[in-house]
Design a protein around this ligand. Structure first.
Ligand code: MG
Length: 454
């Protein structure tokens, strides 16, 4: 039997409007999600032009299965997650394509505990969708639809309660914030102002044509933010992605801070304040995070790649902090999901208490990474991976996710993509040349294996 087509990727379902992502698709997914969960469902959207179209269709589908719908309107993904927990709902749905170009949109499903759905539940929902096994209710049981315009405010206040507002206020921080015309503009400017920082906001207006810059917070997209941090003598700069679950920082000298480094300084800080605490990251994240955690007396635990996996492991072991190197960080005292506004508030507290971000970053060990990829048909991935593991059997290996092969203190991780017919190769070393050589070496090994058996 041919494998069923997957709908959910690493971060929900994504597609181009008018192609994969249509009103009828959203309605059928609403029917599938409603049939699976039963109960109230919170729904929110990011700032894309196709949001209302997809949301209306999704709501119609959900209500037709008997689910009550709580519509919180434009909201960051973590605000929807917060509303799910607070309203004791059965699930949440976020209409978003995060950082993708404007022609994309997507659907992210959220579990009753506010975490992103795990893989097995995604598969269950896909089965309901493909089998069209939708629950239909009669006229008396159609779900009601209510709107809640206070959810973003409650979410912002919940974050304010999780940081030391007194020390942030005393520090007179000057922060430049780039909302990327996403939904961050609805929460983070207010949050930072409430905390007593002086905030200059760029691209605050939610606008799905993304007139300021594309919504992925790369260095190229943040040139204005970087320049303004320097011109204004700001304490730091911060940018969110389109649905405000990830934040990326710029230090006071105008240096773009990669996600692994901001993760490392914040993890070190939180562990130093919570002696012996654990931090969860993935086997593909730079060792600089673990080094900072251990140096500050904490424990690092590494999982498979993917923020839902990290969030669940954090819950299981009672870790205080977790995330990946893309700027999506999770603070357990707030909620078990990536949260850009929460991360920004923690950074404000860190800089208020410890001073210069540029100086704090100097303490983070420097590791170099190299990334390569190689094509491989999906139906051959398993056999190729087994052959690769066989070639590395005399080395130290870790099979948590794909295969991670250690060579002294350096490592390379090879993982099959879940959505594309490729293997990703990712290496790390203290030496830049060595990191590149290691990635190339394993690219060559994979070429041999893929070539040999074809
Ligand atoms: Mg995002």
């Amino acid at each position: 039997m041919a494998a069923q087509r997957r709908l959910f990727g690493t971060n929900g379902i994504r597609g181009v409007i008018g192609k994969e992502m249509t009103a009828s698709f959203a309605m059928d997914m609403g029917c599938a999600i409603g049939s699976y969960f039963k109960g109230n469902v919170v729904i929110g959207t990011d700032s894309r032009t196709s949001n209302e179209m997809l949301k209306s269709a999704m709501i119609a589908g959900l209500a037709s299965t008997g689910c009550g719908v709580i519509d919180i309107g434009l909201a960051p993904t973590p605000s929807v997650q917060h509303a799910v927990i607070r309203s004791h709902s059965a699930a949440g749905v976020m209409i978003t394509a995060s950082h993708n170009p404007p022609e994309f949109n997507g659907i992210k499903a959220i579990d009753s505990d506010g975490t992103e759905l795990d893989f097995s539940k995604e598969l269950d929902i896909e089965n309901v969708y493909f089998g069209k096994r939708f629950r239909k209710v009669d006229w008396k049981s159609v779900g009601t639809i209510q709107s809640d315009s206070e959810a973003n405010l409650r979410y912002t206040q919940a974050i304010e309660d999780r940081v030391d507002g007194g020390s942030i206020r005393k520090a007179n921080l000057k922060i430049i914030l780039d909302c990327a015309n996403g939904v961050a503009g609805l929460v983070t400017p207010r949050l930072l102002t409430d905390l007593g920082a002086k905030v200059t906001v760029l691209n605050a207006q939610p606008d799905g044509s993304f007139p300021g810059h594309p919504s992925e917070p790369t260095p190229e997209n943040l040139v204005t933010l970087i320049q303004m941090v320097k011109d204004e003598g700001a304490s730091f700069g911060v940018a969110h992605d389109g649905d405000a679950d990830r934040s990326v920082f710029v230090d006071e000298k105008g240096n773009y801070v990669t996600g692994d480094k901001s993760f490392a300084v914040l993890a070190g800080y939180l562990v130093s304040k919570n002696p012996g605490a654990s931090v969860v990251s993935t086997v593909a994240t730079s060792d600089c995070v673990g080094d900072m955690v251990v140096k500050n007396g904490g424990k690092i635990v590494l999982t498979r790649v993917g923020s839902p996996v990290v969030a669940r492991k954090m819950k299981e072991i009672g870790a205080i902090f977790g995330g990946e190197e893309n700027g999506g960080l999770i603070y357990a005292k707030h909620q078990y999901c990536r949260d850009a506004a929460m991360t920004t508030a923690l950074m404000a507290e860190l800089v208020a208490e410890r001073g210069s971000l540029a100086k704090l970053l100097q303490e983070v060990p420097v590791y170099h990474q190299a990334k390569l990829k190689i094509s491989c048909p999906n139906d051959r991935k398993k056999e190729v991976m087994e052959a690769l593991v066989e070639t590395a059997k005399h080395k130290k290996i870790d099979l948590t996710d794909g295969v991670k092969i250690f060579e002294d203190k350096d490592w390379v991780i090879i993982r099959a993509s879940g959505t594309e017919p490729i293997f990703r190769i990712f290496s790390q070393s203290r030496s830049e040349d060595r990191a590149e050589a290691l990635a190339k070496d394993y690219l060559w090994k994979l070429q041999q294996i893929i070539g040999d058996s074809s």
